[in-house]
Design a protein around this ligand. Structure first.
Ligand code: ADE
Length: 384
């Protein structure tokens, strides 16, 4: 049976693959030489998964839930998206209708689940949450749809991974609020239609391009979440620190914001690790220097890159002279999963201009070479 919940209870963990381990044996002789201090990923301590933007099971606990904003007015960032949602909510309320189906896409950790819960709260309806891979059999989605109350929000995470049979059931449910069920088998099979309460489907995905067009076309609103600016993350860190009753200076919070790779979930996670550090070392107020010192311990550099980011870029530079190099080749050379590289690591590296995607493969930019202490080749510099 699908995982259903009106409260944000734990979702069944997806099979988001754990990044593979770094295998030294895969490295070729370095062809590029470092010019400055050794920031080699080879020398780093154990790999810290702190910057993986996927939610960890413990981050779905009730205690974590109190960090989530509950109303649109409390939600920081995503200004344009908030405006669109605000208008949709107000219009639906005036017309006493349900909200249109909404597709939210963008990198993990940016607030898709939170926004879905906010929508339900603002509309005064329930929110049932599940994840696409849990909807294996027709009866999983049928049970969910039949249990919805009028106006409810049904949140389906990783909607690009819906099994085909489930997706086909959703078409009539989304369009006509109708559930077509097949009874019996073979020549005696009959189809019956059941009417459903009107509901709002909120689909979330990191890969909007992987949705079929019949499914995509059934969403009235399709909205992208973007990475957060430092000042937005700063406000989020300060808000969370307030809830956790943690003394923090603006500069300390800014240092955490800077290293959070544009992602609130990571910002909150880093804040909690820094809180541990401050507590154990009995340091008192969280200042910029303390935040920097703590995060260095976790191998998170001033730009928020971690062991895996540096490893990906280093392999591109040392083994492939910065590229262009194909995603599968990078995956094979680093022992990372290609999909994880594409969905989890690349978006931020692209955003900060350390990686380019071309038709011939990925390229580590001159900025990435410099950040890692290498001298970029002339060809790269001329692109700058
Ligand atoms: N906590 C996590 N994301 C947030 C956001 N966008 N606004 C306020 N608090 C948050």
């Amino acid at each position: 049976m699908a995982i259903i919940s009106s409260n944000p209870q734990p979702l069944k963990p997806g099979d988001s693959s754990q990044p593979g381990l770094f295998s030294d044996g895969m490295l070729k002789e370095p062809s590029a030489k470092r010019t400055s201090n050794d920031k080699s990923p080879h020398s780093s301590a154990a790999k810290e998964p702190l910057l993986e933007p996927e939610a960890k099971p413990e981050e779905r606990s009730q205690q974590e839930e109190r960090l989530r904003p509950r109303r649109l007015s409390e939600y920081i960032g995503q200004k344009d998206l908030k405006e669109v949602l605000d208008i949709a909510i107000q219009a639906a309320k005036v017309r006493q209708e349900t909200l249109d189906h909404l597709l939210l896409y963008g990198p993990p950790g940016l607030g898709k689940t939170t926004l879905s819960l906010i929508l339900a709260e603002e509309m005064g309806v329930g929110c049932k949450m599940t994840t696409a891979p849990a909807l294996e059999r027709p009866r999983d989605i049928a049970g969910l749809l039949m249990g919805l109350q009028p106006g409810d929000v049904l949140f389906i995470d990783e909607i690009h991974r819906l099994p085909k049979v489930t997706e086909e059931i959703l078409y009539a449910a989304m369009e006509d609020f109708r559930l077509d069920v097949t009874l019996g088998k073979g020549t005696s099979a009959r189809t019956r239609s059941l009417s459903l309460k009107r509901f709002t489907l909120v689909g979330a995905t990191t890969r909007v391009g992987a949705l079929t067009s019949p499914l995509r076309d059934r969403f009235g609103l399709i909205q992208r979440l973007r990475f957060y600016e430092i000042d937005e993350l700063l406000q989020i860190v300060l808000r969370t620190a307030g809830i956790l009753k943690m003394p923090v200076t603006d500069e300390g919070a800014t240092e955490i914001a800077r290293r959070s790779r544009g992602t609130p979930r990571i910002a909150n996670r880093l804040l909690k690790r820094v809180r541990d550090y401050v507590q154990v070392k009995e340091l008192g107020n969280l200042t910029e220097a303390i935040a920097a010192e703590a995060l260095e311990r976790y191998n998170i550099d001033p730009l928020g890159l971690d062991w895996t980011d540096r490893r990906l870029l280093t392999v591109m530079i040392e083994n492939f002279n910065g590229g262009p190099v194909g995603l599968e080749t990078i995956a094979a050379a680093t022992g990372e999963d290609a999909q994880t590289i594409e969905e989890v690591y690349e978006p931020y590296l692209l955003q900060i201009g350390y990686l380019n995607r071309t038709s011939r493969g990925r390229i580590a930019t001159a900025a990435a070479w410099k950040h890692l202490g290498y001298t970029p080749p002339d060809a790269q510099l001329s692109i700058l």
